[in-house]
Design a protein around this ligand. Structure first.
Ligand code: ATP
Ligand code: MG
Length: 557
């Protein structure tokens, strides 16, 4: 890993090459350019960590730019959530920018292009325009409006802008080359009419720029040196350069588009459009449902910003699209929480244990170390009494020698407490075990330093004291989709692969220390997994989300 870490990824190599030729370090400037049409997901984290990571590495500014050119899909709630997610991930942007702030400049430039004979108003239907595109091996057909006079183009374009024409009556197209081998260069559309209010510009504009026209020009306006996008934009690079050349001066430093591969995560979907379906069809409760691969969903699930950054850095930047196993993401959070999460005890499937030789009215507050990985994490107190819960699966009347938990006639240690021995069981008429009666070794208290306290027994169990136990709701999450790639089969709707058992709501008995827990506090429930307090949690009704189990349970499936 460290070897790989040191070697530069191909994006860094591009920058290093540029620094040897025509760029100074002070020319470097990057941006992260989301469209505010949904919440950010784990795929975006790769792009965020790439761009902001480069900013930190070169001490260069990074802008947060909202690519808000489509009022049909964009909303202020998405702007707010994106800002909050980027901040939470731990990054600071130099400037908060909006493509919509450049609408006037883009319009003025479009007018210049018309005057230079580089753009024209096409009054055909979108179907006709599409039918004239040609194929990769055959040139397209020129529009009958391609040679309109500059004067007529300018008049029509202004009328479009003012909303004086029908929405479908005209578009503005760049006048490039209908025979270009790159089909994207065959007179691409620059503007369309949309008589819709925009979340920031209201009704000021009745035309909206297309991605290709807005993106490179926004980069140019902000003096971005390197504009990184995902691979599907590779064929757009030629057009990006063509447009930037039209608005810049000869010899001026202009932004450079370079492409990297999208990252996909197994057992989920990383596409805002698909994630929106899950929300709209109530398959999940919200964009920040803890099963969602959104940044806010992962946050609510109990992921830390560090674990997401480690994940993004460890998968790195590549040139080929690939699928990352979600187990790797889970590994990253497990590893981070192991360092950070206080250890507590909670019992999911309670079985009553009575310690028959422990005085009835007695209680003790025992010392529990918060984190064996981190001495500075301190300790807290856990109450012990005569009646306890342990997990049902931690007791058997009889079992073979490999069963290191509690069985009749044998001893185990109760974590942070005493060694107990199972003596007999109390059953109901149907033979179900109601109680396990045990005795304890009063000399064996953990940390007491006595000889008995150092006695080695094979198993250590977690437990809670029944009179002190607090009932909590636990939400146990599993993978949202039951197959690795729900979009692999193009004949099928990806929703068919939703895992019907992705959420199980259950009850647990937890130690009273957890009453003090606040939203987003994270814990290791010993021997079970990592849990995080949900925002639905109240003092009277604690709610925990299971972030991840202690081990990868899927390996064996
Ligand atoms: P989606 O298809 O989910 O809507 P998008 O690419 O349309 O994603 P944008 O808001 O336009 O989303 O993306 C902002 C930035 O994040 C872009 O530079 C985009 O290339 C990058 N990005 C989006 N998805 C991924 C991904 N899965 N892996 C890496 N980068 C991504
Ligand atoms: Mg998009």
């Amino acid at each position: 890993m460290s070897e790989e870490k040191k070697s530069l990824n191909f994006i860094e190599q591009i920058i290093e090459e540029d620094l040897k030729t025509n760029y100074k370090v002070s020319d470097l400037k990057f941006r992260f350019p989301p469209e505010p049409n949904g919440f950010l997901h784990i795929g975006h984290a790769s792009s965020i960590c790439l761009n902001f990571g480069l900013g930190l590495k070169y001490n260069a500014p990074v802008n947060l730019r909202f690519d808000d050119t489509n009022p049909l899909k964009e909303e202020t709630v998405y702007v707010d959530s994106i800002k909050s997610d980027v901040k939470w991930l731990g990054f600071e942007w130099a400037q908060e920018c909006y493509a919509s702030d450049y609408f006037q400049q883009l319009y003025d430039w479009a007018v210049e292009l018309i005057k230079a004979g580089d753009a024209y108003v096409d009054s055909q239907s979108s179907e006709d325009i599409a039918s004239q595109k040609g194929t990769p091996t055959q040139p397209g057909t020129a529009s009958p409006y391609r040679d309109r006079s500059v004067k007529e183009n300018l008049e029509l374009f202004e009328a479009m802008k003012n909303g004086e024409t029908g929405e479908k009556a005209h578009v503005l197209r760049a006048r490039i080359d209908m025979a270009s081998p790159n089909m994207i260069m065959r007179d691409p559309v620059m503007y369309r009419c949309l008589h819709k209010a925009h979340h920031r510009t209201g009704n000021d504009w009745m035309i909206y720029p297309m991605y290709d026209w807005a993106h490179g020009e926004s980069d140019f306006i902000e003096s971005i040196s390197h504009s990184f996008c995902t691979l599907e934009f590779l064929p757009h690079r030629e057009l990006y350069n063509w447009f930037v050349e039209r608005v810049s001066k000869p010899g001026e430093l202009v932004p450079k588009q370079r492409e990297f591969a999208r990252r996909n995560l197994s057992h989920t979907v990383v596409s805002k459009r698909k994630l929106a379906h899950l929300v709209e069809q109530n398959i999940v409760s919200s964009w920040d449902d803890p099963r969602m691969p959104t940044i806010s969903g992962l946050r609510r699930r109990g992921y830390t910003p560090e674990s997401i950054r480690t994940f993004a850095d460890s998968i790195g930047i590549g040139k080929r699209e690939n699928m990352i196993d979600v187990a790797h993401l889970e590994f990253c959070v497990r590893d981070d929480l192991n360092q950070k999460a206080p250890r507590v005890m909670g019992v999911m499937n309670p079985l009553k244990v009575v310690i028959t030789n422990y005085p009835e009215e007695q209680e003790e507050w025992l010392i529990a170390e918060n984190n064996p990985e981190d001495e500075s994490a301190g300790e807290h107190k856990v109450p012990f009494s005569r009646e306890l819960f342990i997990e049902q699966e931690d007791f058997r009347e009889e079992a073979n020698r490999k069963f290191f938990r509690l069985k009749l006639g044998k001893e185990v240690r109760l974590k942070n407490a005493y060694i107990i021995k199972a003596e007999n069981v109390v059953k109901d008429d149907n033979g179900n075990i109601l109680e396990v009666h045990c005795t304890y070794d009063a000399e064996s208290k953990s940390g007491s330093g006595t000889e008995a306290s150092q006695r080695k027994v094979k198993g250590t169990l977690h437990w809670v004291s029944i009179p002190h136990a607090v009932e909590a709701e636990v939400r146990l999450y599993d993978r949202l989709f039951s197959v690795e790639d729900p979009t692999a089969d193009k004949e099928k709707d990806f929703l068919e692969f939703v895992n019907p058992e992705s959420l199980e709501i259950s009850k647990a008995y937890v130690e009273p220390y957890l009453k003090l827990a606040r939203t987003e506090d994270k814990f290791q429930f010993q021997r079970i997994g990592y849990f995080c307090v949900d925002r639905d949690s109240t003092e009277d009704n604690l709610v925990f989300n299971r972030t991840v189990t202690l081990r990868d349970n899927w390996k064996n499936k």
